[in-house]
Design a protein around this ligand. Structure first.
Ligand code: ADP
Length: 184
């Protein structure tokens, strides 16, 4: 059969939970630019993944000195139920006029490109920057969901599923509200 090709709808799902417990091809971490390890989701990922992840980050740090805000680096995933961890560096929120939205969108886009390069199908994200980095959740949700929806509607994406694994109900509710408005 030839004729119209019906584009396959790619999935974007929201869950409440601990990102270290949800299987994916790549799990995204909310890291800092020194790749130094911290609290929040970063602490949980290193605890659950084991010390090998930090050893790989030590090598990356020795080679390139860290990771700029808005970008990400990849390591293996140790004991986590994934092949890779993508350590994305979100912006610290400073009122909204310091290119925060652009830098936050860039985190999501970079990680999705890294997934494409590796031919990965399923990637999970936490709510980058909305913890210690104080990005207002409603605003961050809009940036995050727009960036992911834009990627998933691309013709040539091989990513089939994007999960947001949100740690608390307030964050989940905020993402759910924004997703409904976007009508993805
Ligand atoms: P940032 O420094 O980028 O703000 P944080 O780790 O402080 O990163 O917070 C980002 C989000 O991750 C927050 O909503 C926080 O509640 C959430 N979080 C913390 N632990 C986990 C976890 N184990 N799984 C998923 N999300 C988590």
């Amino acid at each position: 059969m030839h004729g119209t090709r019906i584009p396959q709808r790619k999935r974007l799902r929201l869950l409440i939970g601990d990102i270290t417990r949800v299987a994916a091809d790549a799990i995204v971490n909310a890291a800092n630019s020194r790749l130094a390890g911290g609290g929040g989701v970063d602490g949980a990922i290193h605890r659950a993944g084991g010390p090998g992840i930090m050893r790989e980050l030590d090598e990356i740090r020795a080679r390139q000195g860290g990771c700029p805000t808005g970008s990400a680096v990849a390591t293996s995933a140790g004991n986590l139920p994934a092949q890779f961890v993508f350590h994305a560096v979100g912006p610290v929120y400073r009122g909204g006029r310091a290119r925060e939205a652009e830098l936050l969108a860039s985190c999501y886009r970079t990680c999705l490109e890294m997934a494409e390069e590796r031919g990965l199908k399923k990637i999970s994200f936490p709510s980058i920057s909305t913890g210690a980095y104080r990005y207002p959740v409603d605003e961050a949700a809009e940036v995050a969901l727009r960036a992911v929806a834009a990627h998933l509607t691309r013709e040539n994406t091989r990513v089939e599923e994007v999960l947001f694994v949100l740690f608390d109900k307030a964050t989940y509710d905020s993402y759910a509200r924004v997703l409904k408005q976007l009508e993805y």
